[in-house]
Design a protein around this ligand. Structure first.
Ligand SMILES: *Cc1c(COP(=O)(O)O)cnc(C)c1O
Length: 397
């Protein structure tokens, strides 16, 4: 007897797989098959975790830090996180407001789950990080996208935010420095957006994952420090993955108003419990051994900045491409709309004919662009951009 296939849930049927991971996977498969691929698809630093962080983790593992810990994170780490917000931004918080979660991605998801219900609307400026819409859908809420193109530097304007508000709007998602565009909002720009969010009593999820990867003397803004009203509604997500080349460690942080932090800790207690206990001691070393950590970060920043300026200059030399000089993260987001091709087709043909991997802007809700990651070697960037130029010239014929 054959039975009808059992249906999957509405959550399983509505989820879309990560398009950035898909391009990266195809490029890696081509590489494994012997192709000489230049990949601009990476979403993580090409550096290894600094040694002192690894050593602290190994020592903790050897020392038996192998049991369950407190769900929101070991107290010494949460205190170190409170201390660093105080030192870097003058933000006064308590450890009860801090939750350490298994990766910044999960911190974002729990922040959304703690504040959004079915029927609520969440404003997501596009281009957006690919996981926000899916997380909002999994909470039962509805994402509302606002397209912010290169004419506003990929930044949401107060007028755009006001126009997108409805009585159902519950949460605004902001991400500065941005993945995928590298855009960095100024403090004044963020203040204007926060004022509107305060007037409409919205929560704000501020994804500050790239706060330390910032160039040209720009400074990161910790949104919660803008005003007491901001502090009472901003859920700040940050972490270790991008700043300290620790993507595989799976450690992210949330700083939230106390009632939200308590809700997030309770959700986490039923969904994942604490982050791997000995890994948290590595993160602690990243915050405590400041001189070694700063030196490692400075080395990465010097390399990222050099590649950023080189890639930007080379891109703008290619007829038909227009690219802003982003001030943060490790991405540039050139406009390729002049070629008259869908960005997905552009990327597929680029990968097939020139073995260059790039993620189409439409994966981030913005058709007509590419996301190029410069978290790769100078040699790969030089070779890849030369091939891109050749490909673009062939399209113009
Ligand atoms: C990488 C990234 C995260 C999540 O990082 P984890 O690897 O989960 O710690 C969150 N937000 C943005 C915008 C990112 O690029």
């Amino acid at each position: 007897m054959t039975s009808a296939p059992l249906p999957l849930s509405v959550w399983a049927r509505n989820i879309s797989p990560s398009p950035t991971l898909a391009v990266d996977a195809k490029a890696k498969a081509m590489q494994a098959a012997g192709a000489d691929v230049c990949s601009f698809a990476a979403g993580e630093p090409d550096f290894d975790t600094p040694d002192h962080i690894k050593e602290a983790c190994i020592t903790a593992l050897r020392g038996g830090k192998t049991k369950y810990g407190p769900t929101p994170g070991i107290e010494v780490l949460r205190q170190a996180i409170v201390n660093r917000y105080a030192a870097e931004y003058g933000l006064k918080a308590t450890i009860a407001q801090v939750i350490v979660s298994p990766g910044g991605k999960f911190n974002c998801f729990l922040g959304i789950l703690a504040t959004c219900s079915p029927g609520d609307e969440v404003i997501i400026p596009a281009p957006y990080w690919v996981s926000y819409p899916e997380m909002v859908k999994l909470s039962g809420a509805t994402p509302r996208f606002v397209l912010c193109d290169d004419r506003t530097g990929f930044k949401l304007t107060p007028a755009q935010l006001s126009a997108a508000l409805t009585p159902k709007t519950r949460l605004l998602v902001l991400n500065s420095p941005s993945n995928p565009t590298g855009a960095v909002y100024t403090r004044a720009e963020l203040s204007a957006l926060v004022d509107i969010a305060v007037r409409h009593n919205l929560y704000i999820l501020s994804d500050e994952m790239y706060e330390h990867l910032i160039y040209d003397g720009a400074t990161p803004t910790c949104l919660a420090t803008l005003s007491p009203e901001a502090e009472a509604r901003v859920i700040t997500v940050a972490g270790f993955s991008k700043t300290y080349a620790m993507t595989g460690w799976r450690i992210g942080t949330t700083l939230a108003p106390l009632p939200v932090a308590k809700a997030i800790a309770e959700l986490q207690s039923q969904m994942s419990s604490n982050v791997t206990t000995f890994a948290q001691y590595g993160a602690l070393a990243a915050l405590q051994e400041k001189e070694k950590t700063s030196a490692a970060l400075a080395t990465m920043l010097t390399a990222f900045d050099r590649r950023r300026r080189n890639l930007h200059a080379e891109l703008n030399r290619i007829p038909g491409i227009h690219c802003l000089l982003a001030q943060g993260a490790f991405y540039l987001f050139p406009n390729i709309s002049s070629f008259g091709l869908k960005d997905v087709d552009f990327c597929n043909r680029l990968l097939d004919s020139e073995q260059v991997a790039a993620v189409p802007g439409s994966a981030f809700g913005a058709e007509g662009y590419l996301r190029l990651s410069y978290a790769t070697s100078d040699a790969t960037i030089a070779k890849g951009v030369a091939r891109l130029a050749k490909f673009c010239a062939s399209l113009k014929k």
